[in-house]
Design a protein around this ligand. Sequence first.
Ligand code: UD1
Length: 378
Amino acid sequence: MLKVLCVVGARPNFMKVAPIVEAMKRRAGAFAPLVVHTGQHYDAQMSDHFFRDLGLSQPDVHLDVGSGTHAVQTALVMQRFEPVLVAEKPDWVLVVGDVNSTLACALVSAKLNVKVAHVEAGLRSRDRRMPEEINRLLTDQIADLLLTSSLDANENLRSEGIASEHICFVGNVMIDSLLAHLEQSKLSTVRGSLQVSDREYGVVTLHRPSNTDDRTTFLQIISALEQVSQRMPVIFPVHPRTRARISEFGLMERIARERNLRLIEPLGYLDFLHLYSGARLVLTDSGGIQEETTWLGIPCLTLRENTERPITVEMGTNLIVGTDAERITRAAFEILDAPPRNTTGRVPPLWDGRTADRILDALVAATHSTALIAPATC
Ligand code: UD1
């Protein structure tokens, strides 16, 4: 029986951990999962609604760290996670993604000689100004098992000197959640209450400090959104930090004048899935949404200068357009001028809804094998 302490902290972690915990519960004779929530995200809209929508049971342990500077938040997670780890003595700590909680818990575990499995290892934007890139690089250096979602990640890890026997290509576990909830999401009333029709609206998400905290950059993006909203309704579920910047920069009135640029509260998993899966176009600076739109075959404009998920560009759904208003608008209009795409896009290998089970197999293999992973498994 493997005792696995699964860490969640921020919104993009919940849909990655939910299918893994569910798979462990199905294999209850072999796995005993414990969920630790660091509390990096704490609002009902950023956290609780995801537990409800994803059917994830309440966390076994809550560290309640809340917001803070990167140093404060990372340090507080470490400080509060250490006694939990000492008390629970798990066989593995499983961390996902690239948020501060990921690195903090990986670091505590490595120092206490508890094995770390990193889900979504090896993604690289090669932009070290991104806090997530630092979290990714450091977590991968100290993890014992690196579970990757695309083969470019294996290459990145090997080029950083990580031995192949620690790396296992398992596919994209977020797609497990997407597939498990796609039907159920159709019961959502969100499109109806926003009065938008299939493929006749755009969806925006924006939360990266590099986009929201710099007034000039933020204004470029808002200006592009205003122009796109002249062509179709643009629905913008607003992250708490972004909402704070909109007020701080005095942009509320200006945006309110744009009838078709509609700011709404952050949505839960099912409502958001229902919303973006019917969109004609998605504009985002998120990482996960680049992948979800790829699986669904929905055109996505990434409002950044780089991506750690190049496979989404390779598949043809994602275009990296940066933050210049004219460039974003031009790319959006090109998509709107073309006929809507067939929504069955090209899907990367192993984005098939069965990644959680492969993760469990890799954990078992890595526990029992001296070479960590049998090549046949990965
Ligand atoms: C974090 C992750 C980012 C991820 C994002 C998803 C890091 C470095 N960043 O960024 O990779 O894409 O989550 O949203 O870990 N706030 C609330 N309520 C909450 C949470 C946050 O109001 O429940 C506000 C706080 O004012 C906080 C700000 O949002 O200061 C930012 O939250 P924080 O956890 O620092 O990072 P995110 O920008 O959400």
